[in-house]
Design a protein. Sequence first.
Length: 340
Amino acid sequence: MTVNPDEIFRKAWGCLAGLAIGDAMGMPVEWLTADEIHRRYGRVTTFHAPHASHPHAALRGATVTDDTEHALLIAQVLIAQGAVTAQAVADALVRWERERNGLSLSTLGPSTREALRRLLEGVDPITAGAYGRTIGAAMRAAPIGVAHPGDRAGAIREAVLASLPTHGTNVAIAGATAVAAAVAEAMLPAATIGSIIAAAIDGAEQGAQQGTLVAGATVARRIKMACELVQGTPLEEAAPRLAEYIGVDMLPTEGLPTALGLLAASEGAPMRAVIAAVNLGGDADTVAAIAGAIGGAHRGIEAFPPELLDELEAVNHLNLRGVARALAERALQSTKPAAR
């Protein structure tokens, strides 16, 4: 494919920015109901500080959570090593946890929390997450897609490896491979929302063949259902319909399909999808982060208000631009033809 370095960078930055904005905007309303959000904040369209009774009450408004932090860990592995391995992801997660002196274990999702305990005990990263079935692997998979623009197979392969240390079931891996494949497609100049959703479905179908098999709904079929559910429906009607019929819980069969359904209903506009996700409640930060990451890779950094980016960086000191630049360089390396 023809590679435009500036466009790769613009899309990489958009992916990371969309993920972080969705995460930080959803942070104070995570696990509230839509009615509770409306009573407390009205309609959320920007960053807010959490209520004193919220689990994140100690955090400032615009603060990111583990959704962004773990995605950036994956980005740093890709930048430093050129590829993802289960061991590298496990090492990064363990370092992250040790830097927090164990304090983050109380706020992590159940699969990551249990897997981190096992990793800290020295369990093999390939098996440490054998029973993890929530959305944690999907929420951190977007940088893998950025590093593999147009290379769906490569993105899926590395998303599987990145999942194993904490989320080794087929349903969790399917969520991660769906996100990585969707972002890999979104990085292409000619990508459309239709092609991005098709890539996500393909990624989910391939990921579902990996890991510990568990019974239940399939990610690929739920993505199809979500997108069929909102077809021809305005976003303001589509969002509550997705929450009611697909769900906003921390499962790859709920939050991820809803995120993609919101992107479809918003015609690919990431900020519209992020705001819709945030106001649904439930696992709001993760649903919004996934919608923002995929939509940001599609539309690029210009899709996000500069004032939100400025506030996000001032509060969190993330240097998303610098990370995106380095990740884009990694992506450009992957697109170079191999020497004969």
